[in-house]
Design a protein around this ligand. Structure first.
Ligand SMILES: [Zn+2]
Length: 175
């Protein structure tokens, strides 16, 4: 029997949240969406995830209102997946989880997050220590950290190598 993804005996809001984002790969799909990944094939090459799993995660995230499906091409029909306000509200969660992982499990700093308008690195709670404000996701600039491979193989990793704001759609260089 497959393990269910719901927690029928739990009324806790953490349990409810985990029913939406607690499956394997889900938060990495959301992370990539913050990096500006929007298209199925781009998620696929960047995550190296089985197609059926990616399709299921995108379906769940869309059904739960975390991602919104938008048609960007009619023939053949192609959709992209864009974070909704509900999805963007996960930014502090990802930020905290990332710091927890770094503090306890890995020293590797792949990316550094800064307040775009002043260049100051974000504090532990996603705040700008210089400006004294919590920085909303669109005002966060991502720059490569010392642990990031400077010459990655896949085009999505290359596209997000440059300093850029969260949520800004990636531009893939073809050819
Ligand atoms: Zn600032």
């Amino acid at each position: 029997m497959a393990l269910g993804k719901d927690y029928a005996t739990q009324e806790c809001s953490i349990a409810r949240a985990l029913e939406v984002v607690g499956e394997r790969w889900t938060l990495l799909v959301v992370r990539d969406a913050f990096y500006g990944v929007r298209r199925y094939n781009d998620f696929l090459v960047h995550l190296g995830i089985p197609r059926a799993v990616l399709a299921a995660r995108l379906q769940t995230l869309t059904a739960e209102g975390v991602l919104e499906k938008r048609r960007y091409q009619d023939s053949p029909p192609r959709d992209e997946y864009v974070l909704t306000d509900r999805g963007i509200a996960l930014w502090p969660v990802l930020r905290a989880l990332s710091l927890w992982g770094r503090d306890h499990f890995t020293e590797n700093r792949l990316r550094i997050f800064r307040h775009a308008s002043c260049g100051t690195e974000l504090g532990s709670y996603g705040e700008c220590p210089a400006c004294g404000t919590v920085v909303p996701a669109p005002d966060v600039e991502v720059v490569p950290g010392p642990g990031l491979d400077p010459n990655p193989a896949d085009p999505v990793s290359r596209a997000i190598l440059k300093p850029r704001r969260l949520l800004q759609p990636i531009e893939i260089e073809h050819g």
